[in-house]
Design a protein around this ligand. Structure first.
Ligand SMILES: NC(=O)c1ccc[n+]([C@@H]2O[C@H](COP(=O)([O-])OP(=O)(O)OC[C@H]3O[C@@H](n4cnc5c(N)ncnc54)[C@H](OP(=O)(O)O)[C@@H]3O)[C@@H](O)[C@H]2O)c1
Length: 259
């Protein structure tokens, strides 16, 4: 069919066919861009590491670009902004396929208290992700969020109560999501044990723990498997071989009831 086409047009036709085929089949090899909110945090840095290893392009939403570049290196695309500023959060979403948020309040009172970061900050991220038609939103939350009498609420500005409000906002947004409720976080290497996924938030946070590295890997794996979508679960480490079959792990979870 291309025999009568001038030679100089043929490469253009081949390129056009490739683009059209890729966009129709979804087979484009272009890496997806994932926005990490909280990328400079202890878990956020591990999330960036696992995303890079898995071949994603990473955009980091950070408050201090110089500090972030020292921590995360040059291969990351930096969007400077505070989760309190809706306009900055919206600007950071351009071209993003998925969001992973591991933001968390670092003070119990003041302008960056849990209500403002763990609830309103998450709201800003969810609203912007929805407007940008992001395909999935993974939120790092905490075991214990459904227990209003949990001591952490008294000690740290109702942090778990505000985290649950943030989760609820995401679940009600219509965006495909995964909520990963972490147990006590450890700065230890990941992949050193089995991971237990649970639902229902029935156990106390203090006795169960997990390396930040493992939480980060769970978040990144959740981007790959549709079985992880519309799920909320708690996770902790236990003795045993590290997870290899992530699909089966996510498939063992029940979808959340519709909000
Ligand atoms: N500690 C635990 O045992 C435990 C247990 C369960 C769940 N969690 C939750 O797990 C998540 C990760 O914990 P982590 O200890 O790894 O966190 P972290 O080291 O305290 O990091 C928090 C991140 O949130 C960012 N952040 C805070 N306020 C912000 C704002 N206004 N705008 C933009 N970014 C902001 C921080 O940025 P800067 O670097 O600019 O400050 C930092 O990157 C948190 O949600 C935490 O509450 C913790």
């Amino acid at each position: 069919m291309t025999r009568n086409v001038p030679a100089w047009v043929r490469p253009l036709l081949v390129a056009l066919t490739t683009v059209v085929t890729a966009s129709c089949t979804g087979a484009s090899k272009a890496p997806q861009t994932v926005l990490v909110a909280g990328a400079t945090g202890q878990t956020g840095q591990q999330i960036v590491k696992h995303l890079k290893t898995a071949g994603y392009r990473v955009r980091a939403l950070v408050r201090d670009a110089d500090k972030a570049k020292e921590q995360l290196g040059p291969e990351v695309d930096y969007a400077v902004g505070d989760v309190k500023e809706a306009a900055a959060v919206s600007a950071a979403m351009a071209g993003v396929t998925a969001v992973i948020s591991s933001i968390g309040a670092r003070s119990r009172d003041g302008p960056d208290r849990p209500e403002v970061i763990d609830y309103q900050g998450v709201r800003n991220l969810v609203d912007a992700a929805k407007a940008a038609r992001v395909r999935q939103f993974v939120l790092v939350s905490s075991r214990g969020v459904t227990q209003p009498d949990h001591p952490l609420n008294r000690m740290f500005g109702d942090v778990l109560i505000w985290k649950l409000r943030g989760e609820d906002y995401l679940r009600g947004s219509g965006l495909p999501y995964t909520v990963v409720r972490s147990s006590g976080l450890l700065n230890e290497p990941g992949g050193t044990g089995d991971l237990v996924f649970e639902q229902g938030d029935r156990r106390l946070t203090s006795v169960l723990s997990i390396p930040r590295d493992d939480v980060a890997l769970v978040c990144v794996q959740a981007l790959t498997y549709p079985e992880a979508r519309f799920r909320t679960f708690e996770v902790h480490r236990t003795d045993g071989p590290p997870v290899t079959d992530w699909k089966a792990k996510f498939a063992g979870l029940k979808p959340d009831p519709k909000p």
